[in-house]
Design a protein around this ligand. Structure first.
Ligand code: SIN
Ligand code: FE
Length: 296
């Protein structure tokens, strides 16, 4: 596996999620496409919560167990009401810790960071049989067919809570600009009227802008390209249990190769509120195409 030049992980020694923790104001590190890793930042479970580290709590239909905010309702789980309430509290505590951490690491985003879904993933990566488009063992940047982001960034806080020593095994890949250049010339512009039509038909939750079209094309072309998967610049990264890591998953090429039991908090941030908006995929794609990508 080629790993020439792929060196995207930056490690920090933090041992606390709280406001008085070690690292702060590292917006430039995350915005330039790094993964911030905290090998000593475990998410502590109460003894009574350890039983949740079991795939039986996932209802088998949804990809993950998740909380939807602002109400924090639990989705994708099955069990008795009392157990589900305790599971909800565990995941909600992770959401709170992640938010405190993110605002300390990135104080520039204060007042602008929106809490998205929180997910709990007790199912083994190896057991998640998926179509190629949903196969997250293939390198990709995050982009979703039905959920156009319209330039809004996806900041994610992950934590491996595996109780038996198994790492979350990722691959990470080339910088976003190199990735965009790889496929951009081959991507056709969307058909006139298609964004309106997909929104009107409920296929998309809102307009799929040209930015979203390009991001989805990058996601799909990368996953469908076996040669890219095999031989593009990449590196393996193992996140041991007790490790927390943070990245913009719409910018960092990533793939989950193995592991079980992870928590993940998504935050949304509108690109103008980045410390350096020119580092965003939106700005990079607008520079490379020479046109505005959010307009009609
Ligand atoms: C992904 O975001 O592609 C998957 C991450 C994971 O499950 O480790
Ligand atoms: Fe992903």
């Amino acid at each position: 596996m080629a790993d020439a030049g792929v060196d995207v992980v930056r490690e920090y020694d933090d041992r606390s999620w709280a406001e008085d923790g070690l690292t702060r104001a590292v917006e430039d590190v995350v915005e330039s496409g790094h993964v911030l890793a905290f090998p000593h930042l475990a998410f502590a479970l109460a003894d009574a919560e350890r039983r949740f580290l079991d795939p039986r709590w996932a209802d088998g239909k949804a990809k993950n167990v998740s909380l939807r905010w602002p109400a924090g309702e639990l989705r994708g789980a099955s069990g008795e009401p009392g157990d589900l309430a305790a599971l909800q509290r565990m995941i909600a505590r992770y959401a709170d810790r992640s938010e405190t951490l993110a605002l300390r690491l990135f104080p520039h985003y204060r007042g602008q960071l929106r809490r998205g879904n929180t997910s709990f993933r007790p199912v083994d990566v190896a057991g998640r049989v998926r179509s190629w488009r949903q196969d997250d063992t293939r390198l990709h940047v995050d982009a979703f067919p039905s959920n156009p982001m319209q330039g809004t960034r996806l900041l994610r806080v992950f934590c491996n809570v595996n109780p038996s020593g198994a790492a979350r095994r990722w691959r990470v890949g080339e910088p976003f600009e190199a990735h965009a250049r790889r496929y951009l010339d081959a991507i056709q512009r969307p058909l006139p009227g298609s964004a309106w039509l997909m929104a009107a038909a409920g296929i998309t939750k809102r307009r799929r802008t040209e930015y979203d079209h390009l991001m989805l094309q990058l996601h799909d072309r990368a996953k469908a390209d076996a040669e890219f998967q095999r031989s593009s610049p990449q590196a393996r990264v193992d996140f041991a249990p007790g490790t927390t890591w943070v990245c913009f998953s719409d910018q960092v090429l990533h793939a989950a190769m193995g592991g079980q039991h992870m928590l993940e908090q998504t935050f949304q941030l509108d690109a103008p509120h980045l410390a350096q908006p020119a580092s965003a995929p939106l700005a990079i794609l607008e520079r490379l195409t020479g046109r505005a990508l959010l307009s009609a």
